[in-house]
Design a protein. Structure first.
Length: 419
């Protein structure tokens, strides 16, 4: 399967619209110039912006710096907080190069009355954004500004803290804000756990960790469980479970559902974010897409993705090859983002809406069956609702399952029965 020639419309777009000035060259440096131009703008805080020297000399998960953010965290999270720490640590990109990640560690003032040391709930929020200022870490450190999405999840964080759980919130899109890129999300989340155990050995070296996420956050939770064997094997017995809802596993199938419909803005945002870690995609971006990708759109937060696609713009309008979702490059990206050949390192809880018209339920069901076949203790729950309402309707089951893992209870194994 190759990459087809442009359609008449795509040819007209590139003939009628010149490339942006910063990317007009077609010489060897052109792709690099375009790649630099689509990266997120600096947030204005070196913790999120600055790439440290000698990153490659650090080990994955090694803390690079930390900052106390207790005062701001306490002002926006409705739970008593003993201390909140913004961490920066070494991580690894899709290509295997040294990168970094950020995460926020929240420790409650409430005592933990369960067995063992205070456990840590790793909350991979659905960031779903392109801008560095949209991350939970930036928002908790600087206060809620134009990133109103986090307000939806702050009550959940408060509830977790009030149980005596510490809460670790990784900025799992990484420093390039690679929305929905699973390898980046898994690496950053695993490295955030390593960083906590390194920075707070007396408090959390012996703690149980469990990861939970929905939708964009489920990608991170899922990737964490699938990549742990190969990327962070020393966390065996430390990470004790992963819960995920509204999970995307088949990027090609979901792209075809989104394309040209009400979620097309999300597909276009994901394509831009993916190109930040997969720059081989950039040569298939037409001039119109280059103008958009280098505009302030590259810094939007998650609540803008949906409205941007409400008019149903298909991805074909942004490409310079006909039928881009059927192209060779699309197949390459689908294979690069497919983690279904791995075995989860931890027990799984998977739930999905019975009327989720955005993300087909067949993908998570297949993951459940495959992981059962590999001997992973797992549960699957179909809950009522579409993609948004299923998040609420399925939350109770996920919460109970995570709480039990953090108390040290063995994970139930419902394989091979599918509920």
């Amino acid at each position: 399967m190759g990459n087809p020639a442009p359609s008449p419309l795509q040819s007209w777009i590139d003939n009628a619209i010149p490339p942006p000035p910063a990317t007009a060259t077609h010489e060897a440096g052109g792709a690099s110039a375009l790649w630099r131009a689509i990266l997120p703008s600096p947030a204005g805080d070196p913790v999120f912006d600055a790439w440290p020297d000698n990153l490659a000399a650090a080990s994955p998960g090694q803390p690079l710096e930390s900052r106390d953010v207790t005062a701001m965290a306490a002002s926006i999270i409705q739970a008593p907080i003993a201390h909140a720490t913004l961490m920066k640590f070494r991580s690894t990109s899709v290509s295997g190069e040294a990168s970094f990640g950020t995460a926020t560690m929240l420790v409650p003032a409430v005592a933990w009355n369960g067995p063992g040391p205070r456990p840590v709930e790793v909350d991979t929020m659905p960031i779903n954004a392109l801008g560095l200022h949209c991350t939970p870490g930036y928002t908790i450190a600087h206060g809620v500004r134009d990133n109103s999405d986090i307000n939806v999840f702050l009550p959940d964080v408060a509830s977790e803290l009030n149980k005596g759980h510490a809460v670790l919130v990784p900025d799992h899109e990484g420093p390039r804000m690679s929305y929905a890129e699973p390898t980046v999300a898994g690496h950053v989340t695993l490295d955030s756990i390593r960083a906590v155990r390194s920075l707070f050995p007396n408090e959390f070296r012996g703690s149980r960790f469990a990861v939970v996420g929905y939708s964009g956050g489920a990608i991170a939770s899922y990737a964490t469980s699938m990549l742990m064997h190969e990327y962070a094997p020393e966390l065996a017995g430390v990470l004790v479970g992963a819960s995920m809802g509204g999970l995307v596993t088949d990027y090609g199938a979901v792209a075809r559902v989104f394309n040209g419909h009400s979620a097309s803005g999300i597909l276009l945002a994901v394509a831009l974010a993916m190109a930040r870690e997969h720059p081989e995609m950039l040569q298939y971006m037409n001039h119109l897409a280059q103008w958009v990708a280098t505009s302030p759109i590259r810094d939007v937060c998650g609540d803008a993705d949906g409205p941007l696609g409400a008019v149903g713009i298909p991805i074909d309008v942004a490409a310079n090859i006909d039928h881009p979702l059927d192209s060779r490059i699309a197949g390459e990206i689908e294979r690069a983002t497919n983690l279904t050949d791995r075995k989860s390192a931890v027990p799984l809880y998977i739930y999905h809406g019975d009327n989720d018209f955005w993300i087909p339920i067949q993908g998570p069901q297949q993951v459940y069956r495959r992981q059962c076949g590999l001997g992973v203790p797992a549960e699957f729950r179909t809950v009522p609702g579409d993609h948004l309402s299923a998040m609420v309707n399925g939350a109770g089951g996920s919460i109970n399952w995570i709480d039990a893992r953090l108390r040290g209870e063995p994970a139930p194994d419902e394989c091979p029965v599918l509920h």
